[in-house]
Ligand binder design. Sequence first.
Ligand code: CMC
Length: 387
Amino acid sequence: TGCWTYDPGFGSTAACESKITYIDGEKGILLHRGYPIEQLAEKSNYLETCYLLLHGELPVGTEKENFQKIINQHTMVNRSIEQFMSGFRYDAHPMAMLCGVVGAMSSFYHDSMDINDPEHRLITAHRLIAKMPTLAAMCHKHFIGQPYMYPDNSLSYSENFLHMMFGTPCEPSNINPVVAKAMDLLFLLHADHEQNASTSTVRLAGSSGANPFSCIAAGIAALWGPAHGGANQAVLEMLEQIGDEKHIDGFIKRAKDKDDPFRLMGFGHRVYKNFDPRAKVMKEACDAVLAELGIENDPLLKIAKRLEQIALEDEYFVAKKLYPNVDFYSGIIMKAIGIPTEMFTVIFATGRTVGWISHWNEMLSNPYRIGRPRQLYTGSPKRDYPG
Ligand code: CMC
C-alpha cells in the first residue's frame, strides 16, 4: 500500500539533489563542482579541492592562503582526547578508534553549536578537515605504542600528516617530497564521490538534526566495510594471500564461482561500468611513485599488475564490466610509501571527510526532510499472544 517502490540497495533511487559531484558511470567521468578529477589531480592540491567542494568555487586571490590559515587554527585537539584514546586496547583497529574518537568530538562541540547557522556549519567543516589528520595519526600512534605528535602548522596538510604519523619526539620525520605528493594525491582522489554508502549515511544521520561529529562517525562506520572503503586493506591482504603469481588463476577461479563468497577485492563498482577515473590517475601515480622510490620490483606489486592484466582479459570480468576501482591501486601506493595496512581505510576516511561534511552542509543549507525509507514487510501476519 502507499505510493512507493521497492529498490533494494538503492540502485535506482535518487534520495537528494546535489551540486557537488557528478559521475557518469558508463563513460567513467567524475567531476567535482564541474572540474574533471584528472585536472584537479594534476593542477590542484587536496586543500584547494576541499575549498572547492565546500564553497562551490576554486579559491581566488587571498582565499587560498586564508583557507590554509583557518585550517591551521584548528589542527590541535583537546587534551582530553588523549585520555579518551588511552581507553582503547593497545591493538584496537585504527578504524574502530577513529569511529569512536570522532563520535566523542561531538561532546566538545555540541551545546555551543547551532547547525542552522551557516557560520557555525562552516566552522564545523574547518574543524573536521583540520583535526582529522591529527586524530588519524593518533590512532596509528596508539596502535604502535608511540607518543602522540603535535601538528606542525609550518608544514603542508599532507606533510603535517606524515610528520604526525612517522615523526617521534626524539626524531622529527624526514619527509620525502615524493611521498608527500603521493599522500596529497591520495587525499584528493578520496575527497568526494557523491551518494556512496558512507555519504548517504552521513546525510541520513544528519537529516534528523544530529550533531555533525556524530554524523561523521556514522559515515566512518559505513566506510569501514570491505565492500566500501575497507576494500583497500582487503586488497593488500588478498595480494599477500595470493603470495605468488602462479596462484592468481586459482583466485580468479574462486571469484567467478557462484558458490564461493570470495570476491576479487578492488574490482567492480556500483556506478562505474568502465574504468574508475580515480583508478586511472592512481595507477599512473602508482607507477611514478614506485619508479621514484626504486621499488618497481616489489613482489606484491608484481602480483597486483599480473592480476589486473588477467582480470581485465577474463570473459567473466569483461561481461560483468568489473574494472579495477580506486581501492585496488591506492593500497599499493600506500604500501609503497610505508603506510601500515591497518591505516589504509583511516586515510580514505581522512580524505573523504570534506566530502561528507560538504554534503551535510549542502543538505542543511536547503529545505530537507528526515530520511525515512520504507520496507516490504515479509514477517508473520497478525496473531494472538498464546494463553
Ligand atoms: N569479484 C567477483 N565478482 C564480482 C565482483 C568482484 N569483485 N564484484 C561484483 N561481482 C559480480 C557479482 O557476483 C554479481 O554477479 P551476478 O550478477 O552473477 O550475481 C555482479 O558482479 C554484480 O555485482 P553486485 O554485487 O550486484 O554489484 P554491486 O553494485 O551491488 O556491488 C561492489 C559493487 C563494489 C560492492 C562489488 O563490486 C564488490 O563487492 N567489489 C569488491 C569490493 C570492492 O572492491 N569495493 C570497493 C568499491 S569502490 C570504492 C569504495 O566504495 O570504497
